[in-house]
Design a protein around this ligand. Structure first.
Ligand code: URA
Length: 309
């Protein structure tokens, strides 16, 4: 902006003799209240009040003029004596995780983690769900915590597709039971889609789409029909497809992919709300009782944590 930076003042040697408005035309200049609001510290209106109240300094000098423009890359803006923290850009990364990597950012046992594969990403990102140590394929990582939570929430039924090799050849009846839902020790699984994609003499290649994400769910589903999983690769997560991303490599999502994730969450959220409202309206019309079993808030929180794969 037009206010001398600390560097400028140091160079001139006499900070107090400089006018706050210098004559340095900078194209990146942004209105001060917007710079403050963009960090999430305050709304733009509140930021204007902070400025007018003399609580904002730019390069060490109090600024009360609302139209003042600053260059966030150069100027030091403080509110109540504290530097504004820059907000990192929303970042979405797709990784093709290899076997032999833990799908978290650190491992108490010292094994390789996905963090080892993310050099150069920039902002700190976190995995959206997990993939077992001995599984590979598509992992989404982001610094958008709210979106990550929504994608993992069991209520949103985000589809995940796995390509897998299993022991033996499945009968039509076994496939139908996997698609209907099999009983696991933590309850029956929801609907699934199974597609045969290849057959060897002793093993089968399949694609499985599930709409939930319990721990080791795919392995446990196939154990339930006595065809243990020999190899497991996640190839799709919601609107994202692994495609030809090489093993162990990552790429940033395109804007279209990131928007598809946002749209998915938005549509599921409004859809669910509408469903819930519809339910309630139907009950009001028919006088029916609410559903007998509603999981407690703690139970649903527990389930969110369990939504892992
Ligand atoms: N199901 C599993 O069993 N493991 C995974 O890593 C993901 C889904």
């Amino acid at each position: 902006m037009g206010i001398p930076s600390e560097r400028d003042r140091e160079a001139k040697g006499n900070p107090s003799s400089l006018s706050p408005i210098a004559h340095r035309p900078l194209p990146a200049a942004i209105r001060l209240q917007k710079v403050i609001a963009d960090t999430g510290l305050a709304s733009r209106r509140k930021a204007e009040m902070l400025i007018a109240g003399g609580r904002v300094t730019v390069n060490g000098q109090i600024v009360r003029e609302l139209g003042t423009r600053v260059d966030p890359g150069r100027d030091h803006v403080k509110v109540d004596g504290r530097h504004l923290k820059p907000v990192p850009p929303e970042t979405f990364v797709m990784l093709n995780k290899p076997e032999g990597y833990v799908s978290s950012m650190s491992d108490p046992e010292g094994r390789p983690t996905v963090a080892d594969l993310l050099g150069g990403v920039g902002p700190r990102v976190f995995p959206v769900g997990r993939l077992d140590f001995d599984c590979e394929g598509l992992m989404l990582l982001t610094n958008h915590g709210e979106l990550a939570q929504a994608l993992l929430h069991p209520r949103h039924h985000v589809p995940k597709t796995y390509r897998l090799k299993v022991k033996g050849v499945l009968s039509e009846e076994e496939i139908a039971s996997l698609e209907r839902g099999v009983v696991l020790d933590d309850g029956p699984t929801g609907r699934a889609i199974v597609k045969k994609v290849g057959k060897a003499e002793k093993n089968s290649w399949l694609e499985l789409t599930i709409f939930e994400g319990r721990k080791h769910q795919v392995k446990r589903m196939f154990e339930a029909v006595r065809h243990p999983v020999l190899k497991l690769t996640r190839i799709r997560f919601g609107p994202l497809a692994l495609g030809a991303l090489p093993m162990g490599r990552y790429r940033f999502l395109t804007d279209r992919e990131a928007n598809a994730l946002r749209d998915l969450v938005r549509s599921r959220t409004t859809g669910n709300r509408r469903e819930a409202m519809g339910d309630r309206d139907d009950r009001r019309k028919t006088g029916a009782a609410p559903p007998a079993h509603r999981p407690s808030p703690t139970a649903s929180r527990r389930r969110v944590r369990r939504t892992a794969c």
